[in-house]
Design a protein around this ligand. Structure first.
Ligand code: ACM
Length: 262
């Protein structure tokens, strides 16, 4: 299976340009599962509810309909971050889009910093989704700080974590997600963004260095700090089913659930 990410610098409020960047980079590319950044179509630095009223969209909506032309033609799946409007609420969501349309919507559970002013926290269960025989889990950016969420996906058999992100704390996400992949023996596709959002005198820079990590913690692909980068690797998802660390230790069978209280 070919999995990948597209790291780039979305422009705030410019959906058409951001979608075009994805369509252009995928034009002559073959990949089974691609991960895009968090809020890839809108940008990140929302400064008012009015921004969301103007930019958030329903799912399915214009972004998913646009991307579905790609997933249908290329018989692929895309996990992408999006500002979702659902009735009178806004969610920082990630959509799993397959060749036949929207397969799943995951609403970010752990909101970061000022996201709490504008988005509602998601209440989607941490659940795995099938792409053919392959099981994937979805998290959005700051969710990675919560090992409980990752473990729930791992215990359900997730083989690949798809992780649209807009990381702002240098180094943390790249290191911690590598450890999460190792401690749960899963593949991990961290798709971060680059560039800055500059809005109303404020500026927020993003840390790039998207990466794909193997269940043993090997870095299979890595983007630079500040470059646009499409990277694709071929993996055997079943490698994630082996939870052994020695011939006598299996990370899941050795768990002492009788001793853990929470
Ligand atoms: C983040 O959750 N976007 C840092």
């Amino acid at each position: 299976m070919k999995i990948g990410f597209f790291q780039f610098a979305p422009q705030f409020g410019k959906r058409r340009e951001n979608l075009k960047a994805v369509a252009e980079v995928l034009a002559n590319v073959s990949v089974d599962l691609l991960v895009l950044p968090e809020l890839f179509n809108t940008g990140y630095l929302f400064t008012s509810k009015q921004d969301l009223i103007e930019l958030a969209e329903p799912v399915p909506g214009p972004t998913t309909l646009f991307l579905q032309q790609l997933t249908e033609r290329k018989q692929m799946s895309i996990v992408h971050g999006i500002a979702e409007r659902a009735q009178d609420k806004f969610y920082n969501s990630a959509v799993l889009l397959g060749p036949d349309g929207v397969r799943a919507v995951y609403r970010k559970a752990h909101l970061f910093s000022e996201e709490k002013l504008y988005f509602a926290p998601g209440d989607s269960p941490f659940q795995v989704y099938n792409i053919g025989q392959v099981k994937i889990g979805i998290l959005v950016c700051f969710d990675y700080w919560f090992p409980e969420a990752v473990r729930q996906l791992a215990l359900q058999g997730a083989q690949i974590i798809c992780h649209p992100s807009n990381l702002v704390l240098p180094g943390y996400g790249q290191q911690v997600t590598r450890v999460r992949a190792m401690e749960n023996r899963m593949f991990w596709v961290l798709c971060n963004r680059t560039g800055k959002d500059v809005r109303e005198g404020r500026e927020l820079a993003f840390t790039g260095e998207s990466q794909i990590v193997s269940p043993k913690g090997e870095i299979l692909a890595k983007a630079g700090l500040d470059e646009q980068s499409l990277q694709i690797v071929e993996i055997e998802p079943r490698a994630a089913d082996d939870k052994r660390v020695t011939s006598m230790n299996d990370l899941f069978k050795d768990r002492r659930t009788d001793l853990y209280t929470r």
